[in-house]
Design a protein around this ligand. Structure first.
Ligand SMILES: [Zn+2]
Length: 298
């Protein structure tokens, strides 16, 4: 919590006006100074809307937000930046409802901002493979609400993989699957790991093909009372992810679960560089191509 408060305090100190945000974006977009995308000229004039600039040579007009995640947004950048500080530093993330109330945005706008940020986070980590000793387990998310005993058929299965260095968690990856079965487990592990790693699982049959696809494999009968000893990293990741989903996103639609889990993994995987996570995500927003609504429909 302290980390988040410090980050929010620092944010309000650094970014007080729309212009502060525009300057920060310009520095990220043109780190060596303005460069006209049409003619390469380095001199420009700011137009009335300070987001827009005009090349002094060819008169081409461009904007600090063009071609970025903020492309053509009508929402003030100050509100975007605040969403970025919250989603990057609050372990519980932030819901669209909370963001819409805090920033005076329509719910749909807050939802779109957060989903675009989640998609950028997901794309950043897509394709990264795990190595070393990797703990793998399946978990079930969503389903019936508290007070009603939901069965697994109401829930969405997820294969969870995390690097484990003698119980210290490394990189985490979570993949939503249609069924937690042998074929899906094999596919997710094959895609998610470098070749010839070492996988630890419980003795569920869905992991029976791990050694067939070239990994070392230790499967141990794991009862709940020894789960933290046998598979400490994957259990920790699952329980933190469940807390995150319950606390912030209890009304989640299963189709969007993967994006939310990616958001969780993005923060988890950068937990050792927390003070810089806002900068990293802001930089990612500038280097990410525009994301359109159809890209977000699950
Ligand atoms: Zn030009």
């Amino acid at each position: 919590m302290k980390q988040k408060q410090a980050a929010v305090f620092d944010f309000h100190r650094r970014f007080q006006t729309e212009n502060d945000c525009i300057e920060a974006l310009a520095k990220l977009k043109w780190p060596k100074g303005f460069k006209c995308p049409r003619c390469g000229h380095s001199k420009s004039y700011s137009l009335d809307d300070r987001r827009e600039v005009e090349c002094a040579k060819c008169k081409h007009q461009t904007s600090v937000t063009a071609g970025t995640l903020f492309h053509k947004t009508r929402t003030p950048l100050l509100k975007w930046f605040y969403a970025i500080v919250l989603i990057s530093t609050d372990k519980g993330g932030v819901s669209a409802l909370r963001l819409s109330k805090q920033l005076g945005l329509r719910y749909a706008t807050a939802w779109l901002i957060l989903h675009k940020l989640r998609k950028a986070m997901a794309d950043r980590d897509a394709g990264r493979t795990l190595c070393g000793v990797v703990e793998v387990d399946d978990a079930y998310f969503g389903g019936r609400r508290k007070g009603k005993q939901g069965s697994r058929k109401d829930k969405v299965p997820v294969i969870v993989m995390v690097e484990s260095d003698e119980g210290h968690c490394g990189y985490l990856s979570m993949v939503v699957v249609e069924h937690a079965d042998l074929d899906n487990a094999e596919r997710v592990i094959e895609n998610g790991l470098e070749p010839n790693q070492f996988v630890r699982t419980d003795n569920s049959k869905i992991y029976n093909s791990v050694s067939k696809i070239g990994h070392g494999h230790k499967n141990t009968p794991v009862t709940p009372d020894i789960a933290d000893e046998e598979l400490p990293c994957v259990n920790k990741a699952i329980s933190l992810a469940k807390r995150f989903m319950l606390g912030t996103h209890h009304m989640l639609r299963p189709a969007h679960l993967q994006l939310f889990l990616n958001e969780f993994c993005y923060r988890f995987n950068r937990r050792h560089s927390e003070p810089k996570i806002f900068e990293k995500l802001l930089h990612l927003c500038v280097s990410t191509s525009p994301i359109l609504l159809p890209d977000l429909r699950g």
